[in-house]
Design a protein around this ligand. Structure first.
Ligand code: 3PG
Length: 213
């Protein structure tokens, strides 16, 4: 939550979860997201190119908030930060990652879906956690029930979020921002043309404007 990160996340409202196989795609992807109106990217460590893509975006695209996603161990976390990631997202949590991020003032969104996991993360100082896979762990019903008990806690749901259910998610107080891959699926830019990404990003940005103002 350093440097107004939670406020920035709330304003961004939708975080595109990006899977990039090729470093050459990093800058065009960032440009399409910025032009479409969602200037944020969670670049996932599901590919070998992740750290290099983060470096490219953070060096060449000053208008985008670049973070790392699917970070599951400390080594990936350190590589992401070294490459310029401004935030780290984990589908679950790992105390070594938490220790490192707290010591180095790195913004971290760890993942939790159960009351026990949430208790642990709240006791470690987190007011915001990732809720993944949201569609399988109860969606909005679950986040709203958990927020009522863990008063004031808010979630970033991912997993099954799409243009159709986005208004519902963003309309809930239990949600700070939603994430997803639907506007950045590899098939949309397989030919190197990012106009479809930009178009679908703009559709999501329009929903943000309508629901959040
Ligand atoms: C994530 O890493 O958060 C998920 O891949 C997002 O899920 P989605 O592909 O259903 O959007």
């Amino acid at each position: 939550k350093e440097n107004g990160f939670y406020e920035q996340l709330e304003k961004t409202a939708v975080v595109p979860v990006v899977v990039l196989e090729k470093v050459e795609d990093a800058v065009p992807m960032a440009n399409a997201l910025v032009k479409g109106g969602l200037p944020a990217a969670e670049v996932t460590f599901r590919t070998a190119a992740a750290a290099d893509c983060i470096r490219e975006m953070s060096e060449k695209c000053p208008d985008i908030l670049v973070g790392a996603g699917t970070v599951v161990n400390l080594e990936q976390c350190k590589r992401a930060v070294e490459a310029g990631a401004k935030f780290i997202v984990s589908p679950g949590y790992d105390d070594a990652i938490i220790d490192y991020c707290l010591e180095n003032k790195v913004n971290l969104i760890p993942g939790a879906v159960t009351p026990a996991e949430l208790t642990h993360l709240i006791n470690r100082g987190f007011d915001i956690t990732k809720f993944f896979p949201a569609n399988l762990y109860g969606g909005l019903k679950a986040t709203e029930t958990l927020s009522a008990v863990f008063v004031g806690h808010r979630f970033m749901p991912t997993g099954g979020v799409n243009l159709e259910n986005l208004p519902e998610f963003l309309g809930s107080k239990s949600i700070i921002a939603a994430g997803g891959t639907w506007m950045v699926k590899p098939a949309l830019f397989a030919d190197g043309d990012f106009s479809k990404v930009e178009e679908m990003t703009a559709e999501a940005a329009a929903v943000v404007k309508k629901v959040r103002g």
